[in-house]
Write a protein that binds this ligand. Structure first.
Ligand code: IMO
Ligand code: MG
Length: 427
């Protein structure tokens, strides 16, 4: 059985969680490979309605081993809370494992995320304030504390001592706030360590064993390609790679082991946080989409910016991910619209371009060039086969396929597990 990476192909919130939840029924392992609790994955299944931030969306199936990979920044307090809430609702987490190499979000990361955002003033990135950016900064700066460090209290104290000495200088001298107490942070993280110890493992061995048994493994992404620190709207990006390439690094397997890359796109666009978004609709159509789709952040509750499908950005993310297929989610949201627009090019300084510029100042000057398609104005939420979709809906989907240059495997017409249409098999 193959390995499939499921990645966000826009600005996050595409419905990766619901797609993973659905496909996990066929899988034996789901590995989350990037981000932190800045992610918010909504899942509706026979167990109920859930909002996951760190735990892989395969957790609902007792036959699936779930791994939080080394590429994820873990806030242990948030993770323990998430485990507890799932357990209270009868979801077993005995098969949840955490890479010993995953970096931890520490109390100073949360403080710094807030103070750095404040210092940016009008140029704030609109981060989720979960400390994820500062944790990945420390990973690169070789100042991180990792999940495996929780298993050796003596080494943890030593490590924390070194790191806190440095962090406290920044907190006190740069931001003028009270330094953190080594004893308090140490005691708190020892408690987290005791609680999480049974889950912490060398997880790359587990992944390799699953591959050896030819089991189906899902690599679950967070965020989306346009938030990638290299290819997204830098600096208005996140801090770890949401791309399929990031799946190799963040789960601990080589690129030759990934058989399929499924990009998840919403049938329109949304973005939460700052940064350019060419197809943003600041009008009643944008409001209509937001309200119909309840486009408010799962993690922060912020209203999401909504707009038409941006095929220029979509083609770019398909290319840098090497997509073998796509899932189009929330098609039903468009059910009531009389006409639809797809952005097929950008007008930049009087010229039409068909690529996604690296520079945000250029991107901010880009005006969308739209192609208009008729709407279908009929409900699709009960439809389960592609042939039964209204002709206009099929035309919309096939036009997206052409523009993204990748086949659509799956179409979602509602949040429930069953509200999906297989257009073409993924494998
Ligand atoms: P899921 O996995 C949408 C955005 C934030 C902000 C930027 C940087 O649910 O798709 P960060 O806290 O990462 O430093 O914030 O990235 N962002 C997301 N937007 N969905 C997400 O995750 C996001 N995770 C981060 O809003 O603009
Ligand atoms: Mg989300």
């Amino acid at each position: 059985m193959p390995v499939v990476a499921i990645v966000g192909a826009q600005w996050g919130d595409e419905g990766k969680g619901r797609v993973v939840d659905m496909l996990a029924q066929q899988a034996r392992m789901v590995v989350r490979f990037s981000g932190g609790d800045n992610a918010g994955h909504s899942v509706v299944n026979p167990h109920g309605e859930f909002k996951l931030h760190l735990i892989p969306s395969g957790i609902f199936d007792p036959g699936v081993v779930c791994i939080i990979g080394n590429g994820v920044a873990i806030n242990p307090k948030v993770l323990i809370g998430e485990i507890d809430r799932l357990n209270e609702r009868g979801v077993d987490t005995g098969q949840l494992f955490i890479s010993d190499r995953a970096h931890l979000i520490m109390p100073y990361h949360l403080l710094l995320d807030g103070m750095e955002e404040e210092a940016r003033g009008g140029k704030a990135l609109g981060t989720t304030l979960k400390g994820v950016g500062p944790a990945f900064t420390d990973k690169a700066a070789r100042l991180g504390v990792r999940a495996g460090d929780l298993l050796d209290k003596k080494a943890l104290k030593e490590r924390l001592g070194t790191v806190l000495e440095y962090k406290n200088v920044i907190l006190a001298k740069v931001y003028g706030v009270k330094p953190l107490s080594l004893d308090e942070v140490y005691t708190q993280y020892c408690r987290y360590g005791e609680r999480l110890a049974p889950h912490i493992r060398e997880t790359t061995i587990m992944v390799d064993e699953a591959l050896g048994r030819r089991e189906m493994v899902i690599l679950e992404g967070a965020q989306g390609a346009l938030l990638d620190p290299d290819f997204g709207t830098y600096p208005y990006t996140t801090s770890s790679s949401p791309l399929a390439g990031g799946a190799c690094l963040g789960a601990g397997l080589g690129p030759t082991k990934i058989d399929r890359v499924l990009g998840v796109y919403k049938a329109y666009c949304s973005r939460v946080g700052s940064g350019p978004m060419t197809t943003e609709l600041k009008d009643e159509t944008g409001d209509l989409i937001r309200e119909r789709a309840h486009e408010y952040g799962t993690t922060t509750g912020r209203p999401r910016r909504c707009g038409w499908f941006d095929a220029v950005a979509a083609r770019f993310s398909s290319r840098i991910n090497g997509l073998t297929g796509a899932a189009v989610t929330r098609l039903d949201i468009l059910d009531i619209l009389p006409g639809l627009k797809i952005c097929v090019g950008y007008e930049l300084d009087g010229k039409t371009i068909d690529y996604f510029p690296a520079s945000i100042t250029e991107l901010a000057r880009c005006k969308p060039v739209y192609e208009e398609l008729p709407g279908w104005q009929a409900p699709t939420t009960e439809i389960r086969s592609y042939e039964q979709l209204p002709l206009e809906a099929r035309r919309y989907v096939t036009r997206l396929e052409e523009l993204i240059s990748c086949p659509v495997n799956l179409i979602c017409v509602g949040p429930e597990r069953a509200q999906a249409i297989e257009k073409a098999p993924i494998f």
